[in-house]
Design a protein around this ligand. Structure first.
Ligand SMILES: Cc1ncc(COP(=O)(O)O)c(C=O)c1O
Length: 382
């Protein structure tokens, strides 16, 4: 069958392909250590699992759910945004629960993009921004983030580009893959830029609690709701990646517009999942501290591994990964990644999959035990 035109230029997701290759290597007895994917290996809090179990055991929790999500869940999100980000969100009208923030990216693109529209995406950045915008029919234009500019957008460069048809701009701080934290000034600049050029900002914020003591939301900036919406996720902060729970926040009009698409696309989440997610949002600082203690120890080991490969990195990165510049002897991150995979049976992600701006980098995940990372170090040494 001929596939639709909208899939032109959208290949199979890199990791889906790579995991097949790693699977084949494992079948051949290689026992590859996968330091590629950012899927938390630790479980959610026991109270969260207990809520899911208790609620799922009830006879009256199995029906279709409200498209806008359970009021209990929306209230919990509203309180959580106030507590951690100091953002006021009306639980009735300014919050939309999602089946993960990845699906939210697609909903946002499908809600706003027409064929003649341009979408700005960060390079390096999360590959889904490009594929979702492409599927929605947009002209996708990357804006380059550079290490010497703290991985922030270069506003002078942006102002020089043709912004006439730009309707939507994705951004993500703490940035994945670079681990760069946001500043209040950066968010203020972005909001001013969006207002000036009449662009909708979609800030994707799944990493704000990982190896970061000061979680920040773009919606905490004055006037942000006029031009920005924010995606958030339980996948990383609450170890619930497989549960598929996320959320979108923004002003009522944006939520209503996106719900118009989403309610035609899927249905409300399983109620016990929503109630368990609401429970997760009650967790305090000690939950995040404990998680970060584990990631921080793993990160030290990853630093050791990267030093062994002669890579250079900033020690103050946030998020679930370490981003590192490769040594000059390798053409690009793909060459280094393939070499480590073939010689040591260890998989690390080539930075080029996040855009051309990532070509000279690799990304190592913290979602493996210290023991596994030590084993990877041993293999690379040998
Ligand atoms: C920057 C970024 N945004 C969104 C997602 C998707 O998260 P979710 O599990 O909520 O769909 C990821 C997952 O890796 C990510 O790295």
């Amino acid at each position: 069958m001929e596939v639709s035109k909208r899939l032109e230029g959208v290949g199979e997701y890199y990791f889906s392909q790579k995991l097949r290759e790693i699977d084949d290597m494992n079948k051949a007895g290689k026992q590859v250590i996968n330091l590629g994917i950012g899927s938390p290996d630790l479980p959610p809090h026991p109270d969260v699992i207990k809520t899911l179990q208790d609620e799922a055991a009830k006879p009256n929790t199995h029906a279709y759910q409200n498209y806008k999500g359970s009021p209990v869940f929306r209230n919990a999100i509203s309180k959580w945004y106030k507590k951690w980000y100091d953002v006021d969100l009306n639980p009735e009208s300014e919050i939309l629960p999602l089946i993960g923030s990845k699906e939210g990216i697609m909903h946002v693109c499908m809600t706003y993009i027409n064929e003649e529209d341009t979408v700005l995406i960060p390079d390096p950045g999360y590959p889904t921004y490009k594929s979702a915008a492409t599927i929605a029919g947009a002209n996708v234009v990357p804006y380059t983030l550079k290490e010497e500019n703290n991985w922030f957008p270069d506003f002078n460069e942006l102002e020089k580009t043709d912004l006439k048809n730009v309707k939507l701009m994705f951004l993500n701080y703490p940035e994945m893959p670079t681990g760069q934290l946001p500043t209040k000034e950066l968010f203020q600049q972005l909001i001013a830029f969006a207002k000036k050029h009449d662009i909708l900002l979609c800030h994707d914020n799944p990493y704000s609690f990982i190896l970061n003591k000061a979680p920040m939301s773009i919606l905490s900036i004055e006037g942000a709701k006029d031009v920005a919406i924010e995606l958030n996720s339980f996948s990383k902060s609450h170890n619930m990646a497989g549960w598929r729970v996320g959320m979108l926040s923004g002003k009522k009009e944006r939520i209503d517009e996106i719900l118009r698409f989403k309610s035609n696309m899927d249905s409300g989440m399983f109620l016990p999942v929503q109630l368990a997610a609401a429970k997760a949002l009650e967790l305090g600082q000690d939950w995040h501290d404990k998680l970060n203690e584990v990631y921080s120890k793993r990160r030290e080991k990853v630093f050791e591994l990267l030093q062994l490969l002669d890579c250079k990195f900033d020690r103050k990165q946030a998020g679930l990964f370490v981003w590192a510049a490769i040594p000059a002897m390798f053409k690009d991150g793909y060459e280094l990644s393939d070499s480590v995979l073939q010689k040591s049976n260890v998989f690390i992600t080539p930075g080029g999959i996040f855009g051309n701006g990532g070509n000279k980098y690799v990304r190592v995940s913290l979602c493996a035990t210290e023991q596994k990372i030590e084993e990877a170090i041993k293999r690379i040494k040998n």
